[in-house]
Structures are given as structure tokens and as C-alpha cells.
Design a protein around this ligand. Structure first.
Ligand code: PHE
Length: 339
């Protein structure tokens, strides 16, 4: 009997297992109820008493070896990449999650939508610009601080090549190549040399607008912006224009909207004032029209410019502007686009 056990041990050692089928054959032959190990245990009662100890040890050895071999091959087969005969083509596919639009894109598209319905076209221009289109044509005096490297990113200071600090440069390009009537908006990325904080970033997005024609008045500007504010923040929204200064507009104003959170009563978001500043605007300075080859005796125009991040922060009550640039999916997933 000992010989038989030793032979079986050799046999199990030599048994090659590569597939699930072979593993099952191994189990049936040695480990199942009618397998060799069970048979040995059945015969055990016939073993003479003085040999019981030795035979018992050997059978257990065989049993243990066969079981270990079985376990380790089973593990290997389970871990193995799906082989040809275990590839299940009927399994459902991995679901592909649909992305969502970035909140800045959503708000930009919304702004574009509102002005398109008023007949404004959309134009874009280069992010790398020259001094003329960003400053000189826009009536910036030579000593204006924006022309300083402190405030503007220069690519080539000598040749005055820089990253645009506002999309007003696209207004200049538009006026240089088109005679009025001009009615366009200019969305795009702009760059300013600012320390990054919860309320400022060195890259942000603007939409500027320009309307030049005969008899364009400040009243047209005000009515257009009131319409925009109501569309963007709700029918009850009111606007307020405060005198301001830009080199390229005269007169200039900054526009506030009544706080859409508290309805003007005063809250944390509007710092108890009831108003939120959202854009700069004014009548295009005649010097700018002339610089761009437009007759300032015949034509007048209005312009405005707003930061998309600022509008998005108010709309979604996001308190830290940096979130828009970090692309954390947990943040981005929360925005659903109507556009
Ligand atoms: N260009 C101005 C800015 O970047 C915004 C503006 C545009 C103001 C047009 C008035 C008219 O802040």
C-alpha cells in the first residue's frame, strides 16, 4: 500500500494543469469523493494495526500535496487574463461616462446666446498680440501702468509682443477691417500678471462687445445691458451704472446688477450692498474710432467688457475662482449645460 501511495504522489507531481478542464480532471481523479485519496482512506481499515501510523502519515501527505497543487493552480487560472476559451463575449460593456461642459464654457455660451439674439456676431482674435492692438489704438497713454511688465506678460519687450490683457484688441482688429455698422462680441482668454488668489488669476476669460453705427447713444448701451442682465440673472434684475474711467471709452461706466441672491435686500454675497459689479462699459472714444480708420464725426459706438469667471461665480455661487482652473472632476461634474 505504501508503494501505491508513493506512486500516486509521483503521478500527482507529474500531472500537468494548464486549463480549467485539466484542473477539473485532476480534482475528479484525486480529490473527489470517488477519487484516489478517498479510496485510500476506505482501504485504511484493512491496514494492519502496526502499519496504520506509517500508512496514515503517507496518505495525509498525498492528500495535502494534491490539495495544495489544486489550490495553487486554481488561483493561477482565476488570476490569468481571460484566455481564448474563457473570453465571455456576452458580458455587458463598461459604461462610458458622458462628460459635462466646463462652467466657463456654459456661461460663455449663454452670453453668446443672449447677444446673438440681439443681432451681435461673434469674432475672435489672437492671444499673442502687439502693443498697437492692446494699448496704443485704444488710447492708452505711454505711461499707463498696464504697459508695464509688472502688469502685462511680455513675450518680447523690445518688439512689444505681449499676451493680450483684454479682448478689446479684437475690437480694434474688427474696426480696422470693417466699416460700420459693426455689432459684435468677442469672447476669449486674457492674461494679466496678477498674484493667484481666490478672486484673481493670471488667466481668465472675457466677453467684450462693440456696437458702432450712426446715432448710437448711451441710452442704447444702457438698454442693451439691461436686457442682457435680465436674460442672464432673471427678469427682476435691475442695473446701476457708476461713472468710471477707461482710456478707450468716454464717458465710461461700471455696471452693477441687483443681487440675485437676496433680491437687493443685502446679503453676504453682495456684502450687504444689494448690488454686484459685473462689467465695464462706455461710449467708444473718438480717438479710438479714428485710430482704427472710422470717421468719428459720422459714427458713434458703445463698448462693454465682462469677465466670464466673475459672472459664473455669481451665477453658481462659487467662492474660489481657482476651482475653474484645477479641473477637479468632482467640481466639474456638478454643472449641467443648457447649451
Ligand atoms: N477692456 C476692459 C477690461 O478689460 C473692459 C471694457 C471693455 C470696458 C469695453 C469698457 C469698454 O477691463
Amino acid at each position: 500500500m505504501i508503494d501505491k501511495i508513493k506512486e500516486l504522489l509521483k503521478e500527482t507531481e507529474a500531472f500537468s494543469i494548464k486549463t480549467g478542464e485539466e484542473l477539473e480532471q485532476f480534482r475528479l481523479k484525486y480529490l473527489s469523493k470517488k477519487g484516489e485519496v478517498s479510496l485510500l482512506f476506505n482501504d485504511f481499515k484493512n491496514v494492519p494495526a502496526e502499519l496504520k501510523k506509517e500508512v496514515g502519515l503517507e496518505i495525509n501527505k498525498l492528500k495535502q500535496f494534491a490539495q495544495e497543487k489544486f489550490d495553487s493552480f486554481k488561483e493561477q487560472l482565476d488570476d490569468a487574463p481571460t484566455g481564448t476559451n474563457s473570453l465571455d463575449l456576452t458580458r455587458p460593456g463598461e459604461p462610458l461616462e458622458l462628460g459635462s461642459r466646463h462652467p466657463i464654457s456654459i456661461v460663455r455660451n449663454e452670453i453668446i446666446g443672449i447677444f446673438s439674439r440681439l443681432g451681435f456676431t461673434v469674432a475672435e482674435g489672437p492671444e499673442i498680440e502687439d502693443d498697437w492692438h492692446v494699448f496704443s489704438a485704444l488710447n492708452f497713454p505711454p505711461e499707463h501702468p498696464a504697459r508695464d511688465m509688472q502688469d502685462t506678460f511680455f513675450i518680447d519687450k523690445e518688439n512689444e509682443i505681449l499676451l493680450r490683457t483684454h479682448t478689446s484688441s479684437v475690437q480694434v482688429r474688427m474696426m480696422e477691417k470693417t466699416q460700420p455698422p459693426i455689432r459684435s462680441i468677442f469672447p476669449g482668454r486674457v492674461f494679466r500678471n496678477e498674484a493667484i488668489s481666490y478672486r484673481a488669476h493670471c488667466i481668465f476669460h472675457q466677453v467684450e462687445g462693440l456696437y458702432v453705427d450712426e446715432n448710437v447713444s448711451f441710452a442704447d448701451l444702457k438698454q442693451t445691458l439691461l436686457h442682457f442682465a435680465k436674460e442672464m440673472f432673471g427678469e427682476k434684475t435691475q442695473i446701476r451704472l457708476r461713472p468710471s474711467y477707461f482710456p478707450f471709452t468716454e464717458p465710461s461706466a461700471e455696471m452693477d446688477v441687483s443681487c440675485s441672491i437676496c433680491g437687493g435686500k443685502g446679503c453676504n454675497v453682495c456684502k450687504q450692498t444689494g448690488w454686484l459689479e459685473i462689467l465695464g462699459c462706455g461710449m467708444v472714444d473718438p480717438n479710438v474710432l479714428e485710430s482704427c480708420g472710422i470717421d468719428s464725426e459720422k459714427y458713434t459706438g458703445f463698448a462693454f467688457g465682462m469677465g466670464i469667471e466673475r459672472i459664473a461665480m455669481l451665477k453658481y455661487q462659487v467662492k474660489d475662482l481657482r476651482l475653474y482652473f484645477e479641473n477637479d472632476v468632482r467640481f466639474l461634474r456638478q454643472f449641467k449645460a443648457a447649451y
